[in-house]
Design a binder for this molecule. Structure first.
Ligand code: PMV
Length: 335
């Protein structure tokens, strides 16, 4: 017997950032994200009868074995009772590909954990009433941000009084979205192609006893409520101020932690200044966000795509190494 399952799940970019965690991967504050479409991970499982004793899972990343990636994935899979039957009884080859290059300013752990979780959950054939919710809560245990990749174009992770059914355990879709926010673009300007200097786990840990932690967590709760309202009412002005302030707050936390660090590069700051200038000159709703890296995500509605292209197309002026043009998506699927 041989069975194949392929899962394709996208990455997402946080607008209100998750930064700081406790317990078993629970967030210190709620977060809201935009689900991407073109930046995805495809994970294929080849499942066959197992003859040997012990776990038999082989991991391939972009066609090659990758030790650290395989070890992290296996640790995650073994920790989930839901996957115990599969791991005990079958031999599994896991083949993973990303649609985007490594170190491109896109959270590969979000799409990778979403895809592997969905594939294993599908393969485990347990009775599940809400597949997405279950997958979201399991994927969260691999990488917090992964739990938001199951819904789109916007999702919320973390308990927020305004949103019924929201939870720290899994993400929920944000359903009340104004038409103007239903087709957002994210153009990622990559200014440096080096791998991450500080892992996000180390970054989250630096929020423990951070002098500004309490104020940051309160601010994020407030921002989630305000952003959800902006998305509902088509209010770009609030969307822009919350999103940009969130990006800078995330980096401010890094810069003011006990072991401080700085991920922005001179080109990052230059592009941010140019976004401000572009907005002032054109009054068009272009804004930026940052992930835990130096790349700049330009966020804007599809309706102003042409004007925004004019802004970044002369990339060499801005010191851009490369770029990725992505847009909002509705989450992943088993294909
Ligand atoms: O999911 P993690 O543990 O890689 O953390 C993600 C943290 C940020 O990308 C910086 C913010 C977020 O909410 O995605």
């Amino acid at each position: 017997m041989q069975k194949n399952i392929t899962a394709r799940y996208p990455s997402n970019i946080a607008l209100v950032k998750y930064w700081g965690k406790y317990g078993n991967q629970l967030p210190c504050n709620p977060s809201v994200s935009l689900t991407l479409q073109k930046a995805f991970t495809e994970t294929k499982l080849r499942i066959s009868e197992k003859r040997e004793k012990g776990t038999a899972v082989a991991f391939f990343f972009e066609g090659k074995p990758k030790k650290d990636f395989g070890e992290r994935m296996l640790r995650f899979l073994k920790a989930q009772p839901e996957f115990a039957g599969l791991l005990t009884n079958f031999s599994i080859v896991v083949d993973t590909h990303n649609s985007f290059p490594h170190s491109a300013g896109i959270a590969s752990s979000a799409s990778a954990f979403a895809a592997i979780t969905a594939a294993f959950l599908k393969a485990s054939q347990t009775e599940i009433t809400d597949f997405k919710q279950k997958a979201s809560s399991l994927a969260r245990l691999g990488s917090g941000s992964a739990c938001r990749s199951f819904y789109g174009p916007f999702s919320l992770w973390g308990k927020l009084t305004e949103i019924q059914g929201s939870s720290d355990q899994f993400a929920v879709p944000l359903l009340d979205i104004h038409p103007d926010f239903r087709s957002m673009r994210d153009t990622i300007l990559i200014v440096e192609d080096a791998p991450k200097k500080v892992s996000s786990s180390a970054g989250h840990a630096l929020m423990n006893n951070h002098p500004y932690a309490d104020a940051r967590f309160k601010d994020a709760v407030k921002h989630c409520g305000e952003l959800i309202s902006a998305l509902k009412h088509g209010d770009f002005s609030s969307f822009i101020s919350i999103t940009e302030r969130e990006a800078l707050s995330l980096h401010a936390m890094m810069m003011t932690s006990k072991e401080y660090y700085l991920l922005m590069r001179p080109q990052t700051v230059q592009i941010i200044e140019q976004v401000f200038q572009f907005r002032q000159e054109t009054q068009l709703p272009l804004c930026f966000t940052l992930d835990a890296g130096s790349s700049v995500h330009l966020l804007y509605p599809a309706s102003i795509q042409e004007q925004v292209q004019g802004f970044w197309a002369n990339g060499t002026d801005k010191g851009i190494k490369s770029f990725i043009e992505d847009e909002s998506g509705l989450g992943g699927m088993i294909i």
